[in-house]
Design a protein around this ligand. Structure first.
Ligand code: BTN
Length: 260
């Protein structure tokens, strides 16, 4: 069982995660965060479920996590506008990558648009959703699933997924790992708010395929030829150089990168 007291004792952030909503069992932390009443500010709120029954992933997929072994949570932010949300997601992914790499004394990479991979296998996934009141942005929810102490994955996940425990052979305190991650996310959030170009450069260095010639799939169709992957711009849009040496920019919905 997730020990909320243990977590709160270790939390050293200024604002992130202090407004903490814990559930032993919940459908989806993202769905819950979307529906929460905004009596007061929800900026920085943390919603965590020890067991998530209907975890949602990208592209309408499910997110599976064995209860009591992993981290499944959502963070609520209240930025001024919905610009640059892709780079915010990547900043959170980078925070997770940094902390998890440190935990296993290895290195972690980011897979566009929002996965954290170690040794080519998925360790964590993020799902960012925005809630609008008419045309006004009310809140942004960054949902995060991290495989921490899970030892077995079913079906095709057994080939594609990994956990901190599988990588290092050590069991982890989820409370400590989460406290570390929130500190790092708070740090990157500040850079994101300042539109710090260093953040973009840092993210780009962690992106799988950065600087290499890759294949692209746009709106489900494979594009002919190869493209040099130049990383993301300050909005988080993906930039490539085509074979005519022209720069093409893609938004997150449209494109997948296939390492050639
Ligand atoms: C993905 O890789 O497809 C994104 C997975 C995101 C999963 C997390 S778990 C906590 C939060 N609540 C959800 O329903 N989904 C996200």
């Amino acid at each position: 069982m997730f020990d909320t007291q243990h977590f709160e004792d270790r939390l050293v952030t200024s604002w992130l995660g202090h407004n903490f909503f814990y559930f032993e069992e919940l459908g989806s932390t993202n769905s819950y965060a979307k529906k929460m009443d905004r009596v007061d500010t929800l900026h920085g709120a943390l919603i965590l479920a020890d067991s998530q029954l209907l975890g949602r992933g990208q592209y309408e997929r499910n997110w599976e996590a064995t209860p009591g072994q992993n981290l499944t949570f959502s963070l609520v932010f209240e930025p001024q506008n919905a610009d640059r949300l892709t780079i915010l997601t990547l900043a959170c992914a980078k925070a997770i990558a940094d902390v998890c790499a440190e935990q296993i004394e290895g290195s972690a990479e980011l897979k566009w648009p929002n996965d954290v991979l170690i040794d080519g296998k998925k360790l964590a996934g993020l799902l960012t959703e925005a809630v609008f009141n008419g045309s006004v942005l009310e809140r942004v929810i960054v949902g995060i699933g991290i495989n921490v102490n899970q030892l077995e994955f079913s079906g095709e996940l057994s080939e594609k997924a990994t956990s901190l425990y599988l990588l290092s052979g050590k069991k982890y305190s989820r409370e400590r790992v989460l406290a570390h991650i929130l500190t790092k996310i708070e740090f990157y959030y500040r850079l994101w708010l300042k539109q710090d170009i260093e953040l973009v450069k840092t993210i780009n260095k962690s992106l799988i395929g950065f600087g290499s010639w890759t294949r692209l799939n746009v709106n489900g169709l494979d594009k002919e030829g190869k493209f040099k992957f130049l990383g993301v711009n300050e909005k988080g849009s993906l930039i490539v150089l085509n074979k005519e040496l022209e720069v093409d920019t893609f938004s997150y919905e449209q494109v997948r990168i296939n390492l050639a």
